[in-house]
Write a protein that binds this ligand. Structure first.
Ligand code: HEC
Ligand code: HEC
Ligand code: HEC
Ligand code: HEC
Length: 141
């Protein structure tokens, strides 16, 4: 990343206008409130997007679709809301283990909750922060 920034700055210095390839894709909002099908129950999930971007890669969460199948994230691709595909019309009956992928809840839990459980199991500090518990994402108040 640092190398890329330096390389880009050098290019920008010499060319004076930054080449488009030096700018990362639209990063989206820093904080997102994710509203599901029944958003009132429980409280909508809170998602510190920027904080996750600093720790993980875009492709850990974003992907595309071709012929009804998931395709891996590629740099600069269009990023759509999960619900664009994770709904009963586009992905009827699709499951990830016991989680229904044709709902926002299922896509959210298969992505967010599974990683939080895995991270807490691997790292006692994260377990102490209770990131694997409901209230981590669905704050009570
Ligand atoms: C790592 C984050 C995370 C954790 C932890 C988590 N959820 Fe969720 N949950 C989500 C996301 C994202 C959604 C989809 C957006 C929304 O509905 O708020 C969701 C949706 C839901 C929904 C559906 C609400 C709706 O609008 O359709 C229910 C019910 C739910 N979660 C219950 C739970 C329970 C119970 C727990 C604890 C066992 C839990 N969640 C833990 C992220 C999480
Ligand atoms: C830990 C998971 C995660 C990571 C990592 C992540 N994102 Fe996201 N991103 C999301 C979720 C979840 C949303 C909200 C989608 C929704 O509202 O349905 C989102 C929303 C967005 C949006 C707004 C989409 C829209 O139409 O509202 C953009 C743009 C975006 N992300 C870009 C990126 C880029 C670029 C990266 C890498 C630098 C990245 N994201 C990394 C999970 C992630
Ligand atoms: C362009 C359509 C599309 C969008 C947008 C999309 N998905 Fe998916 N997703 C798919 C398809 C297709 C599959 C594969 C379903 C199958 O065949 O089992 C999938 C599978 C998944 C899976 C299970 C497989 C895996 O990778 O673990 C998760 C979790 C998931 N999506 C989460 C998300 C989240 C979270 C978002 C929003 C940040 C999102 N998806 C946005 C199309 C999409
Ligand atoms: C690839 C793994 C991964 C995914 C996917 C992921 N998270 Fe996280 N998330 C983490 C880790 C690890 C932390 C703890 C960071 C720390 O405190 O050092 C965290 C922290 C958080 C926190 C702050 C919790 C607290 O009490 O400090 C919230 C809220 C959160 N995540 C919500 C979400 C939601 C909602 C999603 C899905 C849209 C999501 N996360 C997807 C790994 C992930």
């Amino acid at each position: 990343m640092l190398k890329k920034i330096i390389a880009c700055s050098v290019v920008t210095l010499f060319v004076f206008i930054g080449s488009a390839s030096c700018f990362a894709a639209d990063a989206g909002p820093a904080d997102i409130t994710m509203v599901g099908e029944k958003s009132a129950k429980p409280k909508p999930a809170q998602f510190p997007h920027k904080m996750h971007q600093d720790k993980f890669t875009c492709g850990d969460c974003h992907h595309g679709m071709a012929d009804g199948k998931q395709v891996p994230y590629v740099d600069g691709q269009e990023i759509q809301k999960c619900e664009t595909c994770h709904n009963a019309e586009v992905l009827p009956g699709k499951m990830a283990g016991k989680l229904k992928l044709d709902t926002i809840k299922g896509a959210g839990h298969a992505n967010c909750l599974e990683c939080h459980k895995k991270s807490a199991a691997e790292n006692p500090e994260l377990a102490a922060k209770k990131i694997d518990k409901c209230a981590a994402c669905h704050p009570k108040k």
